[in-house]
Write a protein that binds this ligand. Structure first.
Ligand code: SF4
Length: 471
């Protein structure tokens, strides 16, 4: 069968039904084999790394902290210190209060942090440790110590994306204060799980709009830093604690994430508690979603869009025209955090690529609805929430895709299907430069467009018997 025929046949058969949905009942139960998500405390630890001189602290077993450290280091290629209360057998049975208090004391003595970000793991959640009560005990006589911000992150309840957002919300709810005077200044930005390069680009954009911005959290330096001549326990960078406290005095907040817009968030919490108006936008990937960001900034600041961004936009549109014959009509498998998938789907729709499968390990119940807001025909897209990579593999095998777009966790499937994988998001463990991938704004879309078009060209080139040097 020719490839075009194969595509038509497969498309006619879509949507593909997952095996576990065919029949209900115990005999058809399928365990998670390779979840398309990571654990919730990992997301929380990542968020805490974006606050100045903050040490992430996991209440639970040592193995969780070791896995999360290793996972983050393999992507960011930076030292990532994560403390843990290191449950013993005794703590697992009788509770971890003693381990937690001892751990907090050790961390304060050794690191002298400005803040401790405390996330609970599956073990401490399962045994029902009353962490707020433990912290109340801990704070007695230690009122001058660094704030300890607690977030409840059992992985069986949420993914790394939820852990990330919950941690940011916990920090803001713990530290931000409502203003005593009516004067307001600056804008808060809640970018979500984006790369350090994305955050640096966002800082440039705000600077060009001559506007003070508080980015919560800011991993642009802490997770993509400089060469050190000697080990530094608490690297420079991250949102200063004073700025977190002052976020309640901002003129407005902007948060990225169409799914996040339908959930509790730090931005909405600040709106309720400190009357900081929150603007929820999609992750600004591609022209349309980036336009919304620039338009919002223009309205909030009273400045016109700086000329360099108009020029970037024009160059991007020119590139879309130049490259349309290579990308138009292609079929993509997209996977990752829900808001990243939605942002990428919006961008792909602009360049004529159909995201035939949009999959995420999260289960917000909002993915399909939000995708329908940014794509022209949702009926052409198979949407999978709570996805497992095994499901993705089965569906991809029947969907005749041309390309995979997502983290390096999809590499094995892409390789088995002999298809290119354009790496985006987190984690990227099999390449250098994950933290420097830029996804956002016209500049990010330009970089993604070139990478996707070139991956499709390279595939055609390497599949060709002739070996064209001019495509
Ligand atoms: S036990 Fe839970 S918290 Fe620990 S690594 Fe596994 S999923 Fe994450």
């Amino acid at each position: 069968m020719k490839r075009a025929d194969a595509k038509t046949t497969a498309a006619a058969a879509a949507p593909v039904t997952k095996g576990k949905e065919k029949k209900k009942g115990k005999e058809n139960y399928r365990p998670t084999r390779n979840a398309c998500k990571l654990c919730a405390p990992l997301g929380a630890a990542l968020a805490f790394k974006g606050f100045s001189k903050t040490i992430p602290f996991l209440h639970g077993s040592q193995g969780c902290a070791t896995y999360i450290r290793r996972y983050l280091i393999s992507h960011y290629r930076e030292p990532v210190d994560i403390a843990a209360s290191n449950f013993s057998e005794e703590a697992a049975i009788f509770g971890g209060q003693k381990s937690l208090l001892l751990g907090l004391e050790n961390v304060c003595r050794q690191y002298r942090p400005e803040m401790i970000g405390l996330a609970t793991t599956c073990l401490s959640e399962t045994i029902g440790d009353n962490v707020p009560m433990f912290l109340k005990e801990y704070r007695k006589g230690r009122e001058d110590g660094p704030p300890v911000v607690h977030v409840s992150t059992p992985s069986y309840r949420g993914t790394h994306a939820e852990g990330f957002h919950e941690a940011v919300r916990a920090v803001v709810e713990s530290l931000a204060t409502a203003p005593e005077t009516p004067s307001r200044e600056g804008i808060n930005l809640f970018p979500g799980m984006v790369s350090p390069a994305d955050i640096r680009h966002l800082k440039e954009i705000f600077k060009d709009f001559e506007t003070e911005v508080t980015i919560l959290p800011d991993i642009s330096e802490t997770l993509d830093g400089h060469l050190w001549s000697e080990y530094i326990r608490m690297p420079e960078g991250g949102t200063p604690i004073q700025k977190i406290r002052g976020s309640g005095r901002a003129r407005a907040s902007i948060e990225f994430g169409r799914v996040l817009s339908g959930q509790k968030s730090a931005g909405k919490s600040l709106e309720e508690r400190a009357r900081v108006q929150c603007f929820s936008l999609g992750l600004p990937i591609g022209v349309s979603e980036s336009d919304r960001l620039f338009q919002t900034l223009s309205e909030l600041t009273g400045h016109r869009v700086p000329e360099r961004y108009n020029a970037q936009r024009e160059r991007l549109l020119d590139a879309y025209v130049d490259g349309h014959k290579y990308v138009s009509g292609a079929r993509a498998i997209l996977y990752g955090e829900e808001d990243l998938v939605i942002g990428l789907a919006a961008f792909l729709s602009e360049i004529g690529i159909t995201p035939v499968l949009c999959a995420s390990g999260s289960k917000s119940g909002l993915l399909k609805e939000k995708l329908s807001q940014v794509t022209p025909d949702i009926s052409k897209i198979q949407v999978e929430e709570g996805a497992d990579f095994s499901d993705i593999e089965e569906i991809a095998a029947q969907s005749a895709p041309d390309i995979f777009i997502g983290s390096s966790k999809g590499y094995r499937i892409a390789r088995a299907l002999n298809l290119p994988l354009v790496r985006a998001g987190f984690p990227i463990h099999d390449r250098i430069g994950g933290p420097r991938i830029i996804h956002l704004g016209y500049q990010g879309a330009q970089a993604l467009f070139d990478r996707i078009a070139n991956a499709l060209i390279e595939k055609r080139q390497s599949d060709s018997k002739v070996g064209y040097g001019y495509m």
